[in-house]
Design a protein around this ligand. Structure first.
Ligand SMILES: [Zn+2]
Ligand SMILES: [Zn+2]
Length: 296
């Protein structure tokens, strides 16, 4: 599979993050990881119970769907419309995942779609799998003024972005109040660790391992396991081929929990104008069995 690596001679000078900024990213990456190590050690000593695990699962689902349905499909791709309070609720849920405020998250993701696996892609695995997974965050300067100006005009989005730290804290305080320190560990740090690495797997694994079913200009792939764990986001080749589709699973067997939630909310009238792809449009982009479907 031949890929053209863009010419880097004409590249703009790279503005590096300051040491303080890099240390903040390091803390965000490492603290949940250390928490997970502590949790495993504690598990060895049986310092975990069903309340802790239930908190972890419930908060993983709430914050994960906040990212996939709220940050990604609603905010970034406008795949459906909803009420102002539902939008705020979804963005608050996503904020608890500690993946940045909604304006930063969405503008980085728009940049990814605009330059997928090209020179200005913030997290392409063409620069290495580790770079795509975690490394990019240490140097990537968010270009909100280029990719996120329209987000700053939405009062609901601005409100959640301004109060973002509060929602991160709420996501940590709730499990602590319910189950004490072990609740903070499992419902907070372990849950954030899992959400981080599963979200980041969409950037790393789903541009490296899996099937390509539809023609796109990037290396995006469909990966069943990431699809399952990341609530449908692992059907990433489908997503790059049809970015506005509210459903990333495009076949009945492509499990997509985010799509099921959107469909359910649509049925009760809380969500409308849900973007669907016509079968004829799907067929037009299908990759013949002998080709890899990567454009230039
Ligand atoms: Zn992608
Ligand atoms: Zn996207």
């Amino acid at each position: 599979m031949a890929r053209t690596v863009p010419n880097r001679v004409a590249e703009e000078p790279v503005i590096e993050k300051s040491l303080a900024e890099k240390l903040v990213v390091l803390a965000v990456v490492v603290i949940p990881f250390l928490g997970t190590i502590v949790a495993i050690v504690m598990l060895w000593n049986q310092w975990v119970n069903w309340v802790d695990l239930t908190l972890m699962l419930v908060l993983y689902i709430i914050s994960g769907l906040g990212i996939t349905v709220g940050f990604h499909r609603l905010l970034t791709h406008k795949s459906f419309e909803t009420t102002w309070w539902m939008k705020r609720l979804m963005l608050i849920s996503g904020s608890m995942a500690l993946e940045g405020d909604p304006i930063t998250w969405a503008s980085t993701h728009i940049q990814h779609h605009a330059h997928s696996d090209g020179e200005d892609d913030p997290h392409s695995p063409l620069e290495g799998l580790w770079h795509a997974h975690v490394g990019w965050m240490f140097n990537h300067k968010h270009k909100i003024d280029v990719y996120g100006t329209w987000l700053k005009k939405d009062p609901d989005v601005v409100w959640v972005a301004k109060t973002w730290v509060l929602w991160v804290a709420v996501g940590l305080i709730i499990p602590t109040l319910i189950a004490g320190w072990s609740g903070l560990l499992w419902g907070g740090l372990v849950r954030i660790f899992l959400t981080h690495h599963i979200t980041w797997s969409v950037n790393s694994i789903c541009h490296t391992f899996g099937r390509r079913d539809y023609q796109t200009r990037d290396a995006s792939r469909n990966n069943f396991l990431v699809g399952l764990l990341a609530f449908g986001e692992g059907w990433h080749n489908n997503h790059h081929a049809f970015p506005r589709s509210a459903f990333h699973g495009l076949r009945w067997w492509q499990i997509d929990f985010s799509a099921y939630l959107i469909r359910g909310l649509e049925r009760v009238g809380l969500v409308w104008n849900v973007v669907r792809v016509k079968e004829t449009d799907l067929q037009r982009r299908v990759i013949p069995a002998t080709a890899d479907g990567m454009g230039d």
